[in-house]
Design a protein around this ligand. Structure first.
Ligand code: SF4
Ligand SMILES: [Zn+2]
Length: 333
């Protein structure tokens, strides 16, 4: 256990302000994420230095398609999450409790060493929601930057502005989930709110972190034409046309096993609406796609990066300029 950041003492207990839930935590109790505990009026993080998943992954798996394409990233996750999504696709670790789980013991210094030895461009905080292990993220990311490594968050964007301002100056790229464009959906299926996620997307982008967005499309829940239209318009108007967007297929899991898999046609429809609204880079995930994984120049249509699943078949792009002179939103050396 390590003393946490981002909390205040209140009359009824400790208020944690790492995420918008702002849990009030009584003595000997945990926050909603199950990993932050009040002991004698001090808040502790239970998972600092204790990941449960540590792997080398292709960066495309995060998914990040426009940030060092074709590279490997050292990926770290703990247990716990601050949203309670009924459709969680990673619930075995997201909903696990530290006491019930075999956790590793790996210091930030050791993580850096492991990432360097495995030839990775950097470290991704992923698998569960990294916001809830913000202290571990911050210490690893600070060391990573000192060592010339990149840092990546794969997150639900459910984080306060105070924590963003502390953590994201040390984060180079993020894939942020936008689960729906309906507050009702966030309330009913995630026990959260939409607006803090929209605020976080803008704030993180404004701090200079490279962002991509993922939306998991669930049949009958967030796949209407009007929702997809509003959501993609909001992205264009508030974040710009260059933000890569991934529409991902849902598979029946956790508390939503009664629904069917998302048909590819629904992802095709979402992609069409997004492109019609001006987004330049729109991808489909969790389905077999022919060309919907590739990056094309928005101006001349040239095939720039050809992908098959998580592999790069061909990268025709040098730096970030297409042969027609258009600037492409890609970060690579
Ligand atoms: S990070 Fe955890 S303890 Fe803190 S406010 Fe969010 S859910 Fe509650
Ligand atoms: Zn071009």
């Amino acid at each position: 256990m390590k003393v946490a950041k981002w909390w205040n003492e209140k009359e009824q207990g400790i208020e944690c302000y790492l995420c918008p839930r702002r849990c009030i935590i009584a003595d000997r109790s945990y926050g909603v994420c199950n990993v932050r505990k009040n002991v004698d009026n001090t808040l502790y993080t239970i998972v600092y230095g204790h990941p449960v998943a540590v792997h080398v992954d292709p960066i495309e798996k995060k998914p990040l398609y426009h940030f060092y394409p074709g590279s490997q990233i050292f990926s770290v996750g703990t247990v716990g999450c601050n949203l309670l999504c009924e459709f969680c696709q990673n619930w075995d670790i997201a909903r696990a409790k530290p006491d019930d789980t075999q956790m590793h013991n790996i210091s930030p210094e050791k993580i850096i060493d492991m990432a360097q030895k495995s030839n990775c461009i950097g470290i991704a905080f992923t698998y569960n929601e990294p916001t809830i292990f913000g202290e571990y993220v911050l210490d690893i990311a600070t060391l990573a930057h000192q060592s010339g490594l990149q840092t990546v968050m794969v997150t639900n964007g459910y984080i306060t502005s105070e924590a963003i301002d502390d953590i994201y100056p040390f984060i180079d790229a993020a894939n942020i989930d936008l689960k729906s464009f309906s507050n009702e959906f966030y309330r009913q299926y995630c026990k959260g709110e939409l607006q803090p996620v929209l605020d976080a997307l803008q704030r993180i982008r404004d701090l200079g972190t490279f962002i991509e967005i993922t939306m998991l499309i669930i049949p009958g829940k967030n796949d209407s034409d009007s929702e997809l239209d509003h959501l993609t318009r909001w992205i264009v108007d508030n974040l710009g046309q260059d933000v890569p967007v991934h529409f991902s297929a849902f598979h029946p899991d956790y508390k939503m096993r009664q629904l069917s898999r998302t048909p590819k046609e629904t992802l095709d429809k979402a992609r069409k609406i997004a492109i019609r609204n001006g987004l330049r880079y729109v991808y489909e995930g969790n389905v077999l796609s022919e060309n919907e994984d590739n990056t094309y120049c928005y101006h001349c249509g040239r095939l720039l990066i050809e992908r098959r699943s998580f592999s790069i078949m061909k990268n025709n792009l040098e730096g970030d300029i297409c042969s027609c002179g258009s600037k492409i939103a890609v970060v690579q050396s």
